[in-house]
Design a protein around this ligand. Structure first.
Ligand code: PHE
Length: 348
């Protein structure tokens, strides 16, 4: 038979243990375990309550009351601890000591980078940036540039024609511009000299893809017009530009050429850096690399935009961006620029 005094002490101890377990529980699961241990059907407190009828008659009331008190105290503490735990936000477990995962950082396409370089060199010399549409009227792409309809040179600017009727038949059919020169006309139609502009942009020619041809590529056009500019100014500007781009030691050569919209016209070569002019595979044994076309603006071009050729003079030039980027980086296949292969693009 259980002794009543022992039972009372036992209840005190159980209450103390239960409160300690409840206060140290850090999750609802730990708290539930404490509840089962101290108040569950198989707990010692429940045992004691069940044993009350077996106690001596004069001890039953005291033990029964004490055990019920303990039960209420423990239940109250449980409820309180449950509220406290519920108020703590659940956080995903993460290990702040682990190294972070790197976010790959993008960069400008190599062609964009070369355009930026060219652009900033000309901006430093006082040129402004202009642009025009890639879908262009024949008038701007050819006629106004002194390339008349039946002129054989028109074929050398092989062109994509846009199907369907022209929105402005007087300006001819729509084409994908085959060079950036039409923007010369658009700028001069809008403005009066003096002017100095460069025009970076895309151009299109129906060439089959090969290591040096693409049906879309980029050009930078230049146009300078004032009352007294000369071929010497043209040479000075382009010589300075090419030395700034390819290095101070770069030698340049102006070779007579023909363009319908300039007279005189020239192609500009730089001495091949790979062989220093001796002739190698990079320059096709010529020792020189063709880099751009240029010339003094043809009087017929000035007439087309309503300028008086007796009062204004100008020079123009145009260069292929891909070709320049290929020389800068030693790239031998133009198609690499347009394949979106990150193994290539991430190198620049
Ligand atoms: N538009 C010419 C071409 O695409 C380049 C050029 C521009 C030549 C301006 C002279 C003056 O080949």
């Amino acid at each position: 038979m259980i002794d009543g005094a022992d039972a009372l002490q036992h209840v005190d101890r159980l209450q103390t243990e239960a409160i300690a377990a409840i206060e140290s529980a850090r999750t609802s699961a730990e708290l539930e375990r404490a509840r089962v241990t101290f108040l569950g059907r198989k707990s010692r407190l429940t045992d004691i309550l069940r044993s009350v009828p077996t106690l001596a008659v004069d001890q039953r009331a005291a033990v029964g009351q004490r055990a019920n008190d303990a039960k209420r105290v423990v239940e109250a503490r449980l409820a309180e601890r449950q509220r406290t735990l519920a108020a703590i936000p659940v956080r995903p477990t993460m290990d702040l000591t682990l190294p972070g995962s790197a976010i790959p950082i993008g960069r400008l396409h190599p062609i964009t980078q070369t355009i930026e370089t060219i652009r900033s060199l000309f901006v430093t010399m006082g040129f402004e940036i202009a642009d025009g549409p890639e879908v262009e009227f024949e008038y701007y792409n050819f006629d106004a540039l002194n390339i008349p309809r039946e002129h054989p040179s028109r074929e050398s600017f092989d062109t994509f024609f846009v199907e369907g009727p022209s929105p402005e038949p007087k300006k001819g059919r729509l084409v994908l511009r085959s060079h950036t020169s039409p923007v010369q006309i658009r700028v001069m139609e809008q403005r009066q000299p003096p002017l100095a502009v460069i025009v970076p942009g895309k151009v299109y020619r129906p060439d089959p893809l090969d290591p040096s041809h693409s049906f879309m590529f980029h050009q930078v056009e230049g146009l300078f017009v004032d009352g007294r500019t000369s071929f010497a100014d043209l040479k000075g500007v382009l010589d300075h530009f090419l030395k700034a781009l390819f290095g101070e030691q770069t030698r340049t050569r102006f070779r007579p050429h023909f363009f319908p919209f300039t007279e005189p016209s020239a192609e500009v070569d730089i001495a091949c850096a790979a062989c220093e002019g001796a002739g190698c595979s990079t320059c096709g044994r010529k020792g020189w690399l063709e880099i751009m076309g240029c010339g003094m603006v043809h009087p017929n071009v000035f007439k087309a935009v309503g300028y008086d050729p007796k009062r204004v003079q100008g020079f123009a030039f145009g260069m292929g961006v891909e070709r320049i980027a290929m020389l800068q980086h030693g790239i031998v296949d133009i198609r690499l620029f347009f394949e979106n292969d990150l193994r290539f693009l991430a190198q620049f």
